[in-house]
Ligand binder design. Sequence first.
Ligand SMILES: Nc1ncnc2c1ncn2[C@@H]1O[C@H](COP(=O)(O)OP(=O)(O)OP(=O)(O)O)[C@@H](O)[C@H]1O
Length: 343
Amino acid sequence: MDLRLETVRAGYGAHTVLHALSLRLAPGTVGCLLGPSGCGKTTALRAIAGFEPIGAGRILGDDMVLTDAGHIVPPEKRGIGMVFQDLALMPHLDVASNVAFGLHRQPRAERDARVAELLELVGLAGSAKAYPHQLSGGQQQRVALARALAPKPRLILLDEPFSSLDVELRERLSQDVRAILLHEKTTALLVTHSQFEAFAMADVIGVMRSGHLHQWDTAYNLYHRPADRFVADFVGEGRLLPGTRRADGAVEMELGVLRAHAEIPPPGPVEVLLRPDDVVHDDSSAVQATVTARAFRGAEFLYSLRLDSGREVLSLVPSHHDHAIGCRIGIRLDVEHLIAFAI
Ligand SMILES: Nc1ncnc2c1ncn2[C@@H]1O[C@H](COP(=O)(O)OP(=O)(O)OP(=O)(O)O)[C@@H](O)[C@H]1O
């Protein structure tokens, strides 16, 4: 489905939750709404599914109006599948019957073939006769996905589908689910507050806060070209440090002078985003900082460093450089693409 939201406003009574939400999800792509709890992700998904009316704007699927301020195509007529956090598998039906649930109008042979195909796809071909309570959480989630995909929906909506699973399983499952969605060529929209899931699954990610969509973009652009301070802060790790943009284009900071490019703000005070890989440990550097915290990440340490001004930066350092908290270490900047915001 080619899904379009055009300046959608929605909410509950007098409480507006979505403010002029606009986005487009191209057919066959996986999109994600990412944002802190309460920012309106689920409300957006429910409006797309047809469970919530909207106060203004339009929701279109393949150029057909699904919802506008005066009218709603009912959920069952939209060709949209859903996978929610609480799986709602039917406990008294075996796995195959759960997956077949939405296919009751199809001839038996076709239905059985589709169920077998999906169970194969989600890696549960051997569990067709098992009951939900005999499966692990991850397996149950796969059944829920197979069930939602069975009728070949034009769009599938996934609301925090992995939130009840442990981290390791989430990681594996989110990659598997992406592969399954691509295989089925289903357009999908996922809602999560986990960046990891968003990055692992989505082609395009929308960062939301308080019902506003701050940026609808690829993971690469959210990380390397954040549209504003909120996205810069919310996506990935990093710290904002004050600086001054000079007339010659360079930016002066306490850590040195950085070359700038045309996109950054005009001369004046700015805030510069420094990612942990922008701050390089270098014993020969004159600039020193104090290690205030460190997290072992296997190949690297993530150091929190206090500058002489009292401000903090993060630095990723190969883990054979093992510096204790309180140590002074030399650092220099190695910024490939300067990101700065006018203050
Ligand atoms: N049925 C409802 N009636 C009234 N207010 C609601 C209802 N559902 C949600 N809200 C409010 O709307 C706002 C957005 O909620 P929503 O569930 O869309 O956010 P979310 O981003 O999905 O959050 P979470 O990640 O915690 O699920 C919240 O302030 C919430 O309290």
